[in-house]
Write a protein that binds this ligand. Structure first.
Ligand code: SMG
Ligand code: MG
Length: 367
């Protein structure tokens, strides 16, 4: 396949409610969309970089620049390009996993559309619907939190994840556990907000029977997570730490986690995500699919990934209306706590042209 043109588009979508984690609060998603035009048709991807380098080191204008100056010219010059070769072609560029992942995804979408095959089929799906969870941001009060969790459970979500930080941890987890009982599938995500000195405080979470505690310590602190995992009965899950299949292998070897949140964008794409899934499956380690407030394009690919056999826990692949009143694609709608896995060719969804035009704030073409 030959890439002729790459279109980069910045879109701005308001969120239905502000989303606050231990690191940041946001009330809109500024997304970078990639569309590759090839001799065999187009392919789309959502690059879930933030405007600033505060959650991940990558950020929107950096991703645009590295694509324009390095990655896209390298792909355009590669003879006989296939999605499976994108990572190898781009390997001379260090880092920039999210930018690389978006390009790989767009090429894969184009390739699979041409072959009339869905992402799910290509990746190795074993189901046509996946159970989903929801991530609940840090609200203004316990009463507000309880109201939000109740609302999501009424909608059918199968698992609740609470964002926590020092000072908002034991009490909210206790309140939700008390109000909704021991059968609620509940987990907490600290987004790196603690240090190894907080081990005693985190141990107090053990009494609440959480499914897992996600990323309590710094992203590069695999040894700290291994020490903490030995102290806690709550399973430790890594998210920010998991940047590649190799790091995932190191984390498992060290005992730094017993569950993995796979974020395809951070690990370099859906092929690397599948490799981490396979590695974890071989070690009997459950995985689930993380979310980065993706538009329908990214959500479609995430739901396809979540239909692989090792994804045994509900992911952060919520319905579109968790974040967006109007998405850029047809929305993903919850059906009894599950989302349908797209079955059409490629991602199985495309942006709705009028909707895309409404939310686009910048456009550029690389030829
Ligand atoms: O897309 O449902 C989603 C967001 C889920 O909590 C979520 N993601 O660390 O797991 C995480 C956060 C990171 C995204 S905050 C921009
Ligand atoms: Mg997380």
């Amino acid at each position: 396949m030959k890439i002729e043109t790459v279109e980069l588009r910045v879109v701005r979508l308001p969120l239905v409610t502000p989303f606050r984690t231990s690191q940041a609060s946001q009330d809109e998603r500024v997304a970078l969309l990639v569309c590759v035009h090839t001799g065999e048709g187009e392919g789309w991807a959502d690059c879930p970089v933030d405007p600033g380098p505060f959650y991940e080191p990558e950020f929107l204008s950096g991703a645009r620049a590295v694509m324009a100056e390095y990655l896209v010219p390298m792909l355009m010059a590669a003879p006989g390009l296939t999605a499976a070769r994108v990572q190898a072609v781009l390997a001379p560029v260090k880092g920039h996993q999210m930018a690389k992942a978006a390009l790989e995804t767009a090429v894969l979408d184009a390739e699979l559309r041409a072959r009339q095959m869905s992402f799910a089929q290509y990746l190795g799906a074993v189901k046509d619907r996946v159970p989903v969870g929801v991530s609940v941001g840090i609200p203004g009060s316990l009463a507000e939190l309880i109201g939000q969790v109740e609302g999501y459970l009424d909608q059918g979500y199968r698992r609740i994840k609470l964002k926590i930080e020092p000072g908002w941890d034991i009490e909210p987890v206790r309140a939700v556990r008390q109000r909704f009982g021991p059968d609620l599938a509940l987990q907490a995500d600290a987004n790196t907000a603690y240090t190894p000195a907080s081990a005693r405080r985190l141990r107090a979470l053990d009494q609440f029977g959480l499914l897992l505690l996600e990323q309590p310590l710094a992203a590069d602190d695999l040894l700290g997570h291994a020490d903490l995992a030995r102290l806690l009965t709550t399973p430790v899950c890594l998210d920010e730490s998991i940047t590649s299949p190799r790091v995932a292998a190191a984390a498992l070897r060290l005992g730094a986690c017993s569950v993995v949140n796979i974020k395809p964008a951070r690990v370099g794409g859906y092929l690397a995500a599948r490799a981490i899934h396979d590695l974890c499956a071989a070690h009997g380690v459950p995985v689930w699919c993380g979310g980065m407030i993706e538009t329908g394009l990214g959500r479609a690919a995430n739901v396809a990934l979540a239909s692989l056999p090792g994804f045994t826990l509900p992911g952060d692949t919520s319905a579109s209306d968790r974040f967006y009143r109007t998405d850029i694609t047809e929305p993903f709608v919850l059906e009894a706590g599950r989302l349908p896995v797209p079955a059409g060719p490629g991602l199985g969804v495309t942006p709705i042209p009028e909707r895309l035009a409404e939310v686009t704030t910048a456009k550029s073409w690389l030829t």
